[in-house]
Design a protein around this ligand. Structure first.
Ligand SMILES: [Zn+2]
Length: 84
């Protein structure tokens, strides 16, 4: 089980749904509900840079300054989703 979503780096314990869903309806242990549902990515064509921008904005909305958001999203390119 991964501690963080392997697409956007959000800790899965912070996901109100507890994770994305697989095609059989079970919870994904890899991706969060914002990235993944019914066994597929919700934004299949998103780029790493776009994902990082979304992450920074989401953190900013939670009160984190931009440099913190940048720090917390800089690991995104290393996540499983982006390894191809
Ligand atoms: Zn995610």
């Amino acid at each position: 089980m991964s501690a963080a979503c392997q697409s956007c780096a959000m800790p899965l314990k912070q996901d109100p749904q507890g994770g994305g869903t697989e095609t059989d309806g079970s919870l994904s242990q890899t991706y969060c509900s914002y990235c993944y549902a019914d066994g597929a990515f919700l934004a299949p064509d998103i780029t790493i840079a776009e994902m990082q921008a979304i992450g920074i904005n989401a953190l900013k909305a939670q009160g984190f300054p931009r440099p913190i958001g940048w720090l917390m999203t800089r690991g995104i390119p290393k996540l499983e989703r982006w390894q191809n």
